[in-house]
Design a protein around this ligand. Structure first.
Ligand code: XLS
Ligand code: CA
Ligand code: CA
Length: 475
């Protein structure tokens, strides 16, 4: 299948990618809408929770959607989302290789394929007990020759999505504009040196805000794909960042005027694709938001793989967001410790998931945000069944992480240790310093009188890691 498939019909490929997959012919109207209610993923039923001992690959071991954890159904606590781009669009290409996957889902023309992607998305959400999806404008409909044509394509598919939402109750976690793929944005979008690229980006974003409102999206994301630079020899960094902020203010003003009440998110990421990405990490983005007076409306969408590319742990980025009041949403995935790029793998690291959910619980849970699987199956995992196996892996990992994080908090030893470690800040002196009631001169007098620091206690990292292991392994 992966090679020489061009000699097969697309439908034959889709069929052969899947065991015992028998396809009925699909019919399309002239307008492109798929008349057939054909199941896309034939042969796969709704995934059920079977418990930790199950060896059924198409079952959940830890994700039990309607089980109550911390006072909410797991599905409402975890708020899983499907990433439209990876799941319905990405075809396994890399810089050395052609597609290994067929994502036409039986459609023939570009618009038919777009309709079938919608069918596939809603079927996946249903079968996987996922309640949300996330999208880029260019994921859901083909780009036309002009912005007007692209908008018309989008508007048509958006009607179909909204209809499916009304039928199923499935929701949109967030939408975003793809301002990085088309060559017109080679020098940037909001930070472009040429004003016409900025104008085009603004036009594209406006349409996307309208779509997000139509879908009832809880968030609107900005990932600065081309917002960065390669060399200062050709770059006016100050102007570029001022312009980015101007654009975000316009976005906020327009969306609020249209009644959008959700969150705007900036998604930090270093290194890719430009050498100096302006939104390098959480702390850099927060400093930008503060400088340009955007803290009231913008929060962060923290991605695990981007945290590690920035040289941080995932938990660090989440803590920075939480401590600064901009904890928003999460792109759940993982990178590869041996590779220095954004591999967007489905998350299977139980420690990372546990510590992530620990931060989410401490932040009071998600409000508008959720856990979007910004992750794709590996190039070699090219079958439709692999999509299910990948989501099950990620969802079970985070379900386990939620259970383990709750257990960690209930166990209490780590929180108690941290509280004890900082206990002296609750003494009268500590309180006075925290309240800003003590001057440097007064502290100097105290220091001169105290001899030396005598109350250091062990940080006990190894002990705390043992506690973490014990809790994670004895759920
Ligand atoms: C790319 C980003 C992107 C954003 C949305 O690395 O993760 O997919 O999440 O544009
Ligand atoms: Ca992402
Ligand atoms: Ca990524």
């Amino acid at each position: 299948i992966p090679y020489g498939y061009s000699s097969l019909s697309k439908r034959a490929l889709a069929a052969s990618c899947f065991n015992a997959h028998v396809c009925k012919a699909l019919t399309f109207t002239n307008m492109g809408e798929c008349n057939s209610m054909d199941e896309v993923f034939q042969g796969i039923a709704k995934i059920q929770y079977e418990g930790a001992d199950s060896k059924n690959p198409l079952a959940f071991r830890y994700y039990n959607p309607d089980e109550i954890i911390l006072g909410r159904k797991m599905r409402d606590y975890l708020k899983f989302a499907i990433s439209y781009w990876h799941t319905l669009c990405a075809k396994g290409t890399d810089m050395f290789g052609d597609p290994t996957m067929n994502k036409s889902f039986g459609g023939q023309t570009n618009m038919q394929i777009a309709y079938r992607k919608v069918d596939a998305c809603f079927e996946l959400m249903d079968k996987l007990a996922v309640d949300y999806f996330c999208f880029h404008d260019r994921d859901i409909a083909p780009e036309g020759a002009t912005l007007a044509e692209s908008n018309a394509n989008l508007a048509e598919i958006a009607e179909y999505i909204a209809k499916k939402q009304a039928e199923t109750g499935k929701k949109c976690l967030w939408g975003t504009s793809n301002l990085f793929n088309n060559p017109r944005f080679m020098h940037g979008a909001g930070t472009a040196p040429n004003v016409d690229a900025f104008v085009f980006a603004a036009g594209q974003i406006k349409q996307n805000i309208d779509l997000c409102i139509k879908f009832g999206a809880a968030g609107i994301v900005f990932w600065g794909g081309r917002e960065g630079y390669e060399t200062l020899l050709n770059t006016d960094m100050g102007l570029e960042l001022d312009n980015m902020a101007r654009l975000l203010h316009m976005v906020k003003d327009y969306a609020r005027a249209q009644g959008f009440k959700g969150d705007f998110y900036i998604e930090p990421k270093p290194k890719e694709p430009t050498k100096h990405q302006y939104d390098f990490d959480a702390a850099t983005v927060i400093s930008f938001l503060r400088k340009y007076d955007l803290m009231d409306d913008f929060k962060l969408n923290v991605e695990a793989n981007h945290a590690t590319l920035a040289g941080h742990t995932f938990q660090h980025e989440l803590r920075v967001a939480r401590d600064n009041g901009v904890f928003g949403s999460i792109d759940a995935n993982q990178g590869d410790a041996l590779l220095g790029w954004d591999t967007d793998q489905f998350p299977t690291n139980v420690y990372d998931a546990t510590l992530c959910m620990y931060e989410v619980i401490k932040a009071g849970g998600f409000t508008d945000g959720g856990l979007n699987f910004d992750a794709k199956t590996r190039r070699g995992s090219f079958t439709e069944k692999d999509i299910f196996l990948a989501y099950i892996a990620g969802m079970d990992t985070f379900a386990y992480g939620l259970r383990a994080a709750q257990a960690l908090i209930e166990d209490g030893r780590i929180d108690q240790f941290v509280a004890q470690r900082y206990a002296s800040w609750n003494s009268e002196l500590g309180q006075n310093i925290r309240a800003g009631k003590v001057s440097l001169e007064e502290l100097s007098q105290l220091a001169l009188a105290m001899g030396d620091v005598s109350t250091n206690i062990s940080g006990s990292q190894e002990y705390l890691e043992t506690v973490l292991n014990q809790v994670v392994f004895t759920l």
